[in-house]
Design a protein around this ligand. Structure first.
Ligand code: S3P
Length: 169
């Protein structure tokens, strides 16, 4: 492994947190989730930040967060919010910070996992799944461009995804 942090990116529901925690255990690395970090630091949930301050404000918080963490972390698996790599400049920051891994999941799988989601403000409302599909198409090229390694998660269980990452980093 040539870098000592691993950054997991991908759409909401692709498994960044679950995979990240398992990978950290296997490699004996620390684990950090940017959403959780922001929630703890600000004393409020991502949903309430979106609701009270709007999406732009949250995007700025995300950018500040990775800038703040850069250089401070080592041997850490970092799971970043699904929208973070989309903002201009952020993908370069992520790459300078560690090996960036894109966990690719299909729209069908994500739709299944997210259909009853209650915590993601971007999917709120009756048309949540439709919003998800539109966002998925828009974001796909950004994830592809932002990553060093792409992992196809379809057809793999958690252990297989983790092993696949270990073989490729
Ligand atoms: C978002 C993804 C969420 C969270 C916020 C916005 C997005 O994180 O940051 O709800 O824009 O894709 P997860 O990808 O961990 O669900």
């Amino acid at each position: 492994m040539h870098m000592n942090n691993i950054i997991l990116i991908g759409f909401m529901g692709c498994g960044k947190t679950t995979v990240g925690q398992q990978l950290a255990r296997k490699l004996n690395f620390s684990f950090l989730d940017t959403d959780k970090y922001i929630e703890q630091k600000n004393g409020r949930t991502v949903s309430s930040i979106f609701e009270d301050e709007g999406e732009e404000y949250f995007r700025d918080l995300e950018t500040e967060t990775i800038k703040e963490l850069i250089g401070k972390l080592s041997q850490t698996i970092v799971s970043v919010g699904g929208g973070l790599p989309i903002k201009a400049g952020n993908s370069e920051i992520l790459k300078s910070f560690g090996t960036v891994i894109y966990l690719e999941a299909t729209k069908d799988t994500l739709a299944m996992r997210l259909k009853n989601d209650k915590v993601r403000p971007l999917l709120a409302g009756n048309d949540g799944l439709r919003k998800m599909e539109l966002l998925y198409d828009k974001r796909l090229p950004f994830y592809e461009a932002a990553c060093d390694i792409k992992i196809i998660t379809e057809g793999k269980n958690l252990t297989e995804v983790v092993n696949c990452i270990c073989e490729r980093v």
